[in-house]
Design a protein around this ligand. Structure first.
Ligand SMILES: *Cc1c(COP(=O)(O)O)cnc(C)c1O
Length: 513
């Protein structure tokens, strides 16, 4: 299978080359030239399989230039279990992506399941893809005969940076440099990054906000002189953010896995439709679900949940994508985003691969900050997607209410999706089995969750330390604290570099000697 650009660039590339490049020359995103499908018998054969087997089955349909053995090795390494005696930090659950049935008597919550994607080393769903991407990239370098080593540059607002560091640590031929806004991430997120071990990792604070860090990284990517200079030193740049195809395809796996688990647990018959609700930011996670549906997984509605930065849900309602609006900092910061890059891949599919149309819309987004799709396209999108958004107040209310009702503690991102699921059922009376995708451990956002569950305690502790809050939350929800978070307090700070936004290039060069 070959990959092409959503904006019509003339050449096609192998999966390995697409993963290595990250983004196409014309600024478009790599898409497969056709969507592979699963026959019912094939799904049948996977019902009793492990996550690893299911991953290989999905990956091999897209990454056809990798051998099955290579994919199996990658999946095995990526989804291994914690073994703390041997210093292996992997997944803390029996299966990498467990499905939990909600225990509630409320009619609106009947047949509702939670897909927990937060049991990886950094306690957020980014691990599901960033644990396997380094293996795919390393193999890609062998396949394409690339001589240079790779430098992964990341600008992060929190979760991606840590997950990428953990995934790429000590990987041969790859160096990773993460820039984060000095005052723009939570204390826990900052500590997670500053204590990162590994012989190829660099973490640098930027004096500025996330946009400064992100713009600096973009400028480095597009500077020809700088890339030339790196090449003479034996390095090429690549990206680990969610536009990379190598991050998207592993995310398709957990939708298949969740569905197969429902069949295995006798919650549904094979072939029965299931709805999914997904907390959405860059549109990567929900796009993977859309691909799963196109591949033949019996998916009903794709419920797209946003926070107060509701640019996506507005688009799904009106067909107008308009970024000329206020940017809010919310309790679900990983969804605080105004440019959902992966939407470009949906537009490519919806317009029946009309690359000049996609290029035109993206140009309009760049120059005017907005675009509008024709009513026929909007109608097609609305056949699959249902939009719903919640503000911070609602988010707290949902966390409190659901813990009181079922004893299940939701993180703020998951709470937004949980609310959307209820809104969907109320609006449509479609009570088909529904899976809410849970993207973070409640402990990763302890302050917000404690604020929702025990406001007095939170007020008492909020000026003390993140760890006091985490412990108070443990006393309340009594769920095991993920090792990576529990252990943070005892770890040494290993990274202390701070730079101005104009100095990012120099810091990259310094890191490479
Ligand atoms: C990244 C992230 C999201 C948003 O996922 P997208 O693929 O960007 O839509 C939601 N929740 C959490 C906790 C995240 O880290």
């Amino acid at each position: 299978m070959q990959y092409l650009s959503t904006r019509g660039y003339k050449d096609k590339f192998s999966a390995a080359a697409a993963i290595e490049k990250g983004i196409a020359q014309d600024g478009g995103l790599f898409v497969p030239e056709y969507i592979p499908t699963f026959a019912k018998e094939e799904l049948q054969g996977l019902i009793l399989s492990s996550y690893e087997d299911r991953a290989v089955a999905v990956l091999k349909k897209y990454l056809t230039d990798y051998t099955e053995e290579e994919l199996r090795e990658a999946a095995k390494e990526a989804y291994k279990k914690n073994d703390l005696n041997n210093n292996v930090v992997g997944f803390s659950s029996e299966e990498p992506a467990p499905l939990v049935k909600l225990k509630s008597d409320k009619a609106v919550l009947k047949d509702l399941h939670i897909l927990e994607l937060f049991h990886g080393p950094t306690s957020a769903f980014k691990d599901m893809a960033l644990q396997i991407l380094p293996h795919l990239l390393t193999k890609a370098l062998e396949k394409t005969g690339e001589k240079s080593d790779v430098v992964i540059l990341v600008a992060t607002s929190g979760d991606t940076g840590k997950a990428a560091l953990e995934g790429f640590r000590d990987v041969e031929r790859i160096k990773i440099i993460v820039f984060y806004p000095e005052e723009g991430v939570s204390d826990i997120q900052k500590l997670q990054m500053l204590t990162q071990e590994g012989n190829n990792v660099e973490v640098i604070a930027v004096r500025g906000n996330f946009d400064d860090a992100q713009n600096g990284v973009k400028e480095i990517f597009t500077s020809e002189d700088f890339n030339q200079e790196l090449l003479t030193k034996g390095y090429k740049l690549s990206s680990a953010n969610s536009i990379n195809w190598g991050r998207l395809v592993p995310q398709i796996v957990y939708y298949f896995s969740a569905y197969l688990d429902l069949v295995k647990n006798k919650e549904i018959e094979l072939g029965e439709k299931v709805n999914f609700s997904v907390p959405t930011g860059n549109f990567g996670n929900i796009l993977a679900l859309y691909y799963a549906k196109l591949m033949g997984l019996p998916v009903g509605k794709l419920i797209c949940a946003s926070n107060k930065n509701n640019i996506l849900t507005d688009f799904l309602k009106t067909g107008v994508y308009d970024r000329n609006r206020h940017f809010y900092k919310t309790y679900s910061p990983s969804m605080d985003i105004l440019i959902s890059s992966n939407l470009e891949r949906l537009l490519y599919q919806i317009t029946k691969e009309d690359t000049s149309k996609v290029a035109e819309l993206m140009e309009s987004l760049k120059t005017e900050g907005k675009y509008a799709v024709e009513p026929e396209y909007l109608k097609k999108i609305q056949e699959d997607f249902f939009p719903s958004w919640a503000d911070d107040e609602k988010t707290l209310e949902v966390i409190e209410e659901e813990f009181a009702d079922s004893g299940y503690p939701l993180d703020p991102h998951t709470a937004v999706a949980f609310n959307a699921a209820k809104e969907y059922r109320k609006a449509t009376a479609d009570f088909a089995p529904l899976v809410v995708v849970s993207t973070a451990s409640p402990y990763k956002f302890s302050d917000t969750v404690l604020n929702a569950l025990d406001k007095n305690k939170y007020e008492e502790l909020k000026t003390t330390s993140e760890f006091a809050i985490l412990k108070a939350l443990f006393a309340k929800i009594k769920m095991p604290v993920p090792f990576g978070l529990a252990n943070l307090e005892n770890q040494n700070i290993l990274h202390k570099k701070v730079c101005n936004k104009e100095e990012m290039k120099e810091f990259v060069l310094q890191s490479l000697v």
